[in-house]
Design a protein around this ligand. Structure first.
Ligand code: 0WD
Ligand code: CA
Length: 426
């Protein structure tokens, strides 16, 4: 089961960099400096001007797919460096107490996903913006794991280039194919590391505040499916009669590298394989999804072109190898269950006309991070470089000092500014 070492370009991780890969990475970078970074956001179709080839003038980044059709970049096999839990009241714990165990359902289980919506559902308040706070708590509690190579006060305190949520990276991966929803990502450089935290767009806020009752209920269905397929203990059984509380979460923290970008990110994990012989995390993790049942060729095509893109991007990033999908009818009854292996998704979609490509997703993300590194120059916890994107536009940015966008909490800045060994003295 060592499929991560395979070199098939569309879905594999790189276990260690070879000279060949380093060279490929370098070639990709110089290529992107000439083609992707743009002097301003309006000139979508212009190319080759002198200004455009001067990276210092680059104020925008194109998202056109054809610019990212090149070799798959180096993406190291993600390594889990820790995990944390959020309890029913959204309190942080530096441990895996919220981990759940996957219990394989029947192929046609007829789970009623509407059950409990009215009377056994506690919903997280999604108007509360937690930004990176939980990850930062984890970093403070596990700092020694992350700065082993730090030798002097001036060197990078964390030994990573970027800290963010997995979900933010998923949005970047799918950007070249996204036609509906834009995004805003705030970036702050602090002690050499760039932190990236999402800012809700006006459109997203309006949508959140104006959801229909039907939409609210359908959002519950995904969590209810988790309850039907997860047990709290390794030898336990699912408890469909219990309460669904979406404050609870188990999150993995992984470290990896995309070309020359060292990444530390966290993502929520639904459950793990309960077999004691299962591989170590993240390879034992299982992502759970629900989706409308597929009845027509058109629905199948849409599923491949839109839904599998999101599923692939989300699980490929942290190295979660499989997605278990519950296909439900309009009444919220799961009529069939199917497992999708992330490494096989590019095969599955290859006959789809005008479909997405993993290499475009990864190269865009890579070039965006290069763009961010080049832009975010001032190292200060109160400086925010706000990157914004709307479909059919370039990525642009604005700069904000001591503004409403600042997101690194004072407690984090103070903790990280203390000498590394002083944490043992309190
Ligand atoms: O405040 C915010 N803007 C966000 C908060 C945006 C994204 C995530 N979060 C929180 C989540 O509550 C969770 O604790 O961060 C953690 C998850 O981060 P992630 O793994 O980076 O996020 P993502 O990959 O987008 O979502 C993973 C899962 C979702 O599963 P599905 O199968 O639906 O993709 O995290 C859950 C959800 O179960 N989730 C959320 N739960 C409550 N509120 C939210 C949310 N806003 N977003 C994702
Ligand atoms: Ca899920």
């Amino acid at each position: 089961m060592d499929h991560y070492r395979s070199r098939s370009p569309n879905s594999s991780y790189h276990s260690r960099p070879s000279a060949y890969e380093r060279e490929r990475g370098d070639r990709g970078r110089s290529h992107c400096e000439n083609q992707r970074f743009r002097p301003n956001s309006q000139r979508q179709h212009q190319s080759g001007s002198a200004a455009e080839q001067n990276p210092l003038n680059s104020r925008a980044l194109s998202t056109r797919r054809e610019l990212y059709e090149r070799d798959f970049p180096v993406y190291k096999q993600p390594v889990e460096v820790g995990s944390f839990s959020l309890d029913s009241e959204r309190r942080f714990f530096n441990d895996g107490r919220q981990m759940r165990y996957y219990v394989e359902p029947e192929r046609n289980p007829n789970f009623d996903l509407r059950d409990g919506y009215k009377d056994r559902f506690i919903k997280r308040d999604d108007s509360v913006k937690e930004k990176l706070d939980h990850i930062l708590r984890w970093v403070v509690a596990n700092r020694s794991k992350l700065n082993s190579r730090t030798t002097s006060a001036s060197s990078c305190a964390l030994d990573v280039d970027f800290v963010t949520w997995r979900g933010h990276l998923t949005k970047l991966l799918t950007t070249p194919y996204e036609t509906r929803e834009g995004w805003m990502l705030a970036a702050t450089k602090f002690r050499g590391t760039i932190y990236i935290s999402e800012v809700e767009t006006e459109a997203a806020r309006r949508e959140r505040e104006n959801r229909t009752e039907r939409h609210e209920e359908m959002m519950y269905w995904g969590y209810k499916f988790e309850q039907y397929t997860c047990a709290d203990n390794v030898h336990g059984a699912p408890d469909p009669g219990g309460v669904v509380n979406t404050n609870e979460a188990f999150c993995t923290v992984v470290q990896t590298r995309l070309a020359d970008h060292r990444l530390l990110f966290s993502g929520e994990v639904d459950c793990r394989d309960k077999d004691p012989g299962a591989p170590a995390p993240p390879a034992c993790y299982v992502e759970l999804k629900t989706s409308a049942e597929i009845c027509t060729p058109k629905q199948r095509s849409n599923f491949h072109r839109f839904k599998l893109l999101k599923w692939w991007a989300q699980s490929f990033l942290p190295g979660v190898p499989r997605v278990v999908a519950g296909f439900r009818d309009h009444e919220g009854v799961v009529v069939s269950v199917e497992t999708f292996h992330i490494s096989k998704i590019s095969q599955l979609i290859k006959n789809e006309y005008n479909c997405w490509r993993p290499t475009v997703c990864m190269n865009f993300c890579c070039d965006f991070l290069t763009f961010v590194k080049r832009t975010v120059t001032e190292d200060s916890p109160s400086m925010v470089y706000l990157f914004s994107w709307e479909p059919h536009r370039d990525v642009t940015f604005s700069v904000h000092r001591d503004s409403q966008f600042s997101f690194l909490p004072r407690w984090y800045v103070e903790e990280m500014t203390r000498r590394p060994d002083s944490q043992h003295q309190s």
